[in-house]
Write a protein that binds this ligand. Structure first.
Ligand code: NI
Length: 192
């Protein structure tokens, strides 16, 4: 089932996710819906908060970034109850976008590598290290489960300059080809 995506300005994006109960069978269906939603909106990653879920979960298919790293090709994974246990390496700049911020792209600096613990959809535990483009995508999605969005990681000045654009997004004045939920929509707008 394709779920509507929560837009910037909605308080759920600021909520820190809580671990799902160990072995929770509802997680498999949620992962299926999240992948379906992500593909329908041409995203490379989607976190629970973006579909109104405050459990710790995100899904990734990094294939569209195959040019930025060979390991991205076919990298399709669900991360349940993820916890980053180490950030390593120097900060690297990279232009990011986010399904909750249609039309916005900003350069964000993030550490080169991460070590992350998580469960997969069958509740098998993993601890893995990622670098490059995969570490980039994982950190962006992991931020969502911590209630952090990518514009929280740009300069205050830059964020101030984006004020009008951010207000427009929160009020539903966006050009997105997928269904969204807005916290501050003033009146219903017809969307194609
Ligand atoms: Ni995002």
């Amino acid at each position: 089932m394709i779920l509507p995506i929560v837009a910037h300005g909605h308080p759920v994006l600021k909520q820190v996710g809580e671990d799902f109960p160990q072995g929770d069978p509802a997680v498999a269906r949620l992962i299926e819906d999240m992948f379906e939603t992500m593909y329908a909106s041409s995203g490379v990653g989607l976190a629970g908060q973006q579909v109104g879920v405050t459990g710790r979960i995100f899904v990734i298919d990094a294939t569209p970034f195959a040019e930025d790293g060979a390991d991205a090709e076919g990298f399709r994974k669900a991360f349940v109850n993820p916890h980053i246990v180490a950030y390593e390496g120097g900060k690297v700049p990279f232009e990011e976008g986010c399904l909750s911020f249609p039309g916005l792209r900003e350069v964000v600096e993030r550490p080169e590598s991460v070590r992350i613990q998580y469960y997969d959809e069958q509740w098998n535990f993993h601890e893995e290290e990622y670098s490059g483009i995969l570490a980039r995508i994982i950190q962006h999605e992991y931020d969502h489960v911590e209630g952090v969005v990518f514009i929280d990681r740009i300069s205050t000045l830059r964020r101030t300059l984006l004020g009008r654009k951010l207000k427009e997004i929160s009020e539903g004045h966006v050009d997105a080809d997928y269904r969204m939920v807005f916290a501050r929509q003033k009146k219903s707008r017809k969307r194609g």
